[in-house]
Design a protein around this ligand. Structure first.
Ligand code: GCV
Length: 713
């Protein structure tokens, strides 16, 4: 009996120890399972030496102690003496020999956040040096060093220099003060406002660690559909407590500013940005914020969009509004991120064109500390969009990239979709504005010489134990940070390192899962919105397909506005014969897209109303091709399921099973998308779904009748 109890206890203990609930993200630090490499690492790493005169340095050496002790399966501690195998961290002021070793110019090039990792001889000992110009660089260097071990790379003869390409690398949380998250599918908000400022949840620290590990250095912690109450004294104290928790990880807090706050909480009669009282109110409010949070980053603003108040309520421009806030934060070194996501139902103009029409004329009118934050595409985070025409059109204004990590239009937290290929497709697009003017080069400041640069991702993080709901959602958070740091990284590189850290280094697993991740976005485009279809999802909650929907209170929220299917064909004519949105691009882009024959098939229905019988490059008709794409999308999800099944023995049962279940739902939903869309579009094309394909198992009216009153939104 005693033996049985002991046996059960050991089993319980093991289960607990090996539990993989996803909480640890890519910072798992399990002991390296390759004995030869483990032995090598153990010889090469013996201790850590690092000053403790700054919170970021303390965070760096604490992370190294935890990480290395876990990875090496032996305690690696902080010591003052340097021996063979010491990981030596320090700035020039700590270690005078660095200046000679690295040189002033090389150090200067590192800027505020870059780092150097080098294998060097110091006082006759073999050490790994992690150095930087500033403490933040050391923190990033420490995480990079850990990544080398986590991905099982050689740490002999290291000579690494790394400098971020983009200055502001942010998450944008759409978290409300009542702890709901707009478009959040991973539980509630992680900010426990009720217990702040007194209670610092360990999650805040782990959130900050995860961000620092991938170079994210800022967070706008609340919804852009903003609440003015956030700016009251009581709430600023809560925000300050979060800022204190994040500071050691080099993360600044930004706040979403409700434009009408002077009226709502300041009791003024107006929020007109040119009114002196209003300007003073914002200045005083900003000074108050800085008293609470001395390193406050600045404001993020959604104005005159989807019902949010803004300067246009007072016949002022976006530049007037942004500049007022910019003037308030400037004395403190703060910045303003002013969103270009604006469109109005009252304007009888293609929604695609409206942001450009509003913002392009304002180029050159913004203060130096303003960035205009532009979504990757002209409509709204669809599975595929052409790049936003503002990129390349406002050379005098720093344009900040806004991506969406939360999968509002990409299957919520149920579908496995790796977003790096989507992000890269946009970054790699050539705007043809000048020489060297890919979207990446515009955003990182290369094209127009901007030094204030930024990239943000709308967060997919929530209170779920694994943070993002879908275990693979973590990869999209990871990607945002890595790409903002280095926009030259490929989707494959990022996937590869994420898989190794998050699951295992076993090659068969890495190869299969990487292949699956890289294919996943195109697969989703195929079963949701192939050939350039867009915005055909369910109304308001955006769950599932509803291409037939035409009852929204505004035309530009209706799927029928976007696909324009009729008996002749389908697609939105944005050529000169149509809305002429193409004129917003440079001539080279315009020319390529305006001709149906040269327009990439992936964007065809974005720009053309294409006859059902039109023959695409393969020689097949548009209708046949649409059927092929939808069916191939579903088949490919089945392929993903099959490949995943083969991964069973490589990883923990918990995550294997979660992903298996989610893939099964994804398959059902892909079938739903395919059937609903094809049956509906067939009412216009009047052509059969080729007989070789399985028949839809429900009628169109069945799909049209589905309702989801409680779908998250
Ligand atoms: C925060 C889309 C979303 C909204 C979101 C908006 C925005 O319209 O559906 O939920 O609001 O984008 O980016 O401001």
């Amino acid at each position: 009996m005693k033996k049985l109890v002991l046996f059960l206890f050991v089993i319980l203990l093991c289960t607990h120890v090996s539990a993989e609930d996803g909480y640890r993200l890519w910072l798992r630090y399990n002991t390296i399972d390759n004995p030869a490499l483990l032995q090598q690492y153990r010889q090469q790493i013996t201790s850590i030496s690092c000053p403790s005169d700054d919170a970021r340095l303390i965070a760096a050496h604490q992370e190294l102690q935890t990480g290395l002790s876990g990875l090496l399966g032996k305690k690696i501690s902080l010591q003052t003496t340097v021996t063979n195998g010491t990981i030596l961290l320090g700035l020039r002021s700590h270690l005078p020999f660095i200046r000679k070793l690295v040189g002033d110019t090389a150090l200067a090039r590192l800027g505020e956040e870059g780092f150097i990792i080098r294998t060097v001889k110091h006082e006759g000992k073999n050490v790994t040096l992690i150095t930087a110009n500033k403490e933040a660089g050391i923190l990033y260097g420490a995480f990079h060093f850990l990544r080398l071990l986590q991905t099982q790379q050689s740490i002999q003869q290291l000579s690494i220099t790394s400098v971020p390409k983009i200055k502001l690398r942010l998450l944008n949380h759409w978290d409300n003060l009542n702890r709901t998250v707009e478009r959040g599918y991973a539980g509630g908000s992680i900010w426990d406002w009720q217990r702040l400022p007194g209670y610092i949840d360990q999650r805040y620290i782990d959130y900050a660690r995860a961000n620092a590990s991938i170079g994210i250095n800022g967070a706008a912690i609340t919804n852009v559909n903003a609440n003015a109450i956030l700016l009251t004294e009581e709430w600023l104290q809560k925000v300050a407590a979060l800022a204190n928790a994040f500071r050691p990880y080099n993360i600044k807090i930004y706040l979403t500013a409700r434009f009408s706050a002077p009226v709502e909480i300041g009791k003024l009669k107006t929020a007109d940005p040119l009114n002196e009282e209003v300007r003073k109110w914002w200045k005083d409010k900003t000074d108050e914020i800085y008293k609470h949070i001395p390193d406050f980053g600045g404001f993020l603003v959604k104005a005159n969009s989807e019902g949010q108040p803004g300067p246009q309520n007072y016949q002022r421009t976006h530049a007037d509004g942004a500049n007022m806030l910019a003037d308030a934060v400037a004395p403190h070194g703060g910045i303003v991120m002013w969103r270009a996501f604006v469109y109005s139902n009252e304007t009888p103009e293609d929604r695609f064109k409206q942001a450009y029409n509003d913002f392009k004329p304002l180029d050159g009118q913004f203060r130096k500390n303003v960035l205009v934050q532009v979504k990757n595409g002209p409509i709204d985070f669809q599975p595929r969009e052409p790049f936003h025409p503002l990129f390349g059109a406002m050379p005098q204004t720093p344009l900040m990239m806004e991506y969406q990590l939360t999968q509002e239009y990409l299957g919520f937290a149920t579908h496995l979709v790796y977003l790096a290929p989507l992000f890269k497709e946009v970054l790699d697009a050539d705007t043809h504005a000048k020489n060297n003017s890919t979207v990446a080069q515009i955003v990182d400041g290369t094209t127009d010489g901007h030094t204030l640069t930024g990239m943000a991702g709308v967060s997919n993080i929530g209170s779920d134990i694994n943070w993002t709901g879908h275990p693979f959602g973590q990869a999209n958070w990871y990607t945002l940070g890595r790409l903002a740091w280095d926009n030259t990284l490929t989707s494959a590189q990022i996937a590869n390192e994420w898989i190794r850290q998050t699951f295992t280094n076993k090659q068969a697993f890495v190869d299969t899962v990487q292949q699956l991740m890289l294919a996943s976005r195109e697969i989703q485009v195929n079963y949701m919105t192939p050939l350039g279809l867009h915005h055909i999802m369910g109304y308001s909650h955006h769950y599932g397909p509803a291409p037939w929907y035409n009852k929204a209170p505004r035309a530009d929220w209706n799927p029928v506005y976007f696909h324009k299917a009729d008996s002749i064909g389908i697609g939105f004519d944005r050529t000169a014969a149509g809305s002429n949105a193409l004129a917003q691009y440079q001539p080279a882009v315009q020319q390529q897209f305006e001709n149906m024959a040269t327009c990439p098939e992936t964007f065809l229905l974005w720009f053309h109303h294409v006859p059902w019988d039109y023959r695409v490059h393969s020689g097949k008709t548009l209708w046949e091709t649409m059927c092929d794409k939808y069916y191939s999308g579903v088949d490919s999800v089945r392929w993903m399921q099959h490949r995943w099944e083969g991964m069973k023995n490589y990883i923990d049962a918990e995550r294997f099973s979660q992903i298996k279940q989610l893939l099964a739902i994804q398959e059902q939903e892909a079938v739903w998308w395919r059937n609903a869309c094809l049956l509906y579009f067939q009412t216009f094309s009047r052509k059969p779904i080729p007989a070789k394909y399985e028949k839809p198992d429900h009628t169109l009216s069945y799909y049209e009748g589905l309702e989801f009153p409680y779908a998250p939104h």
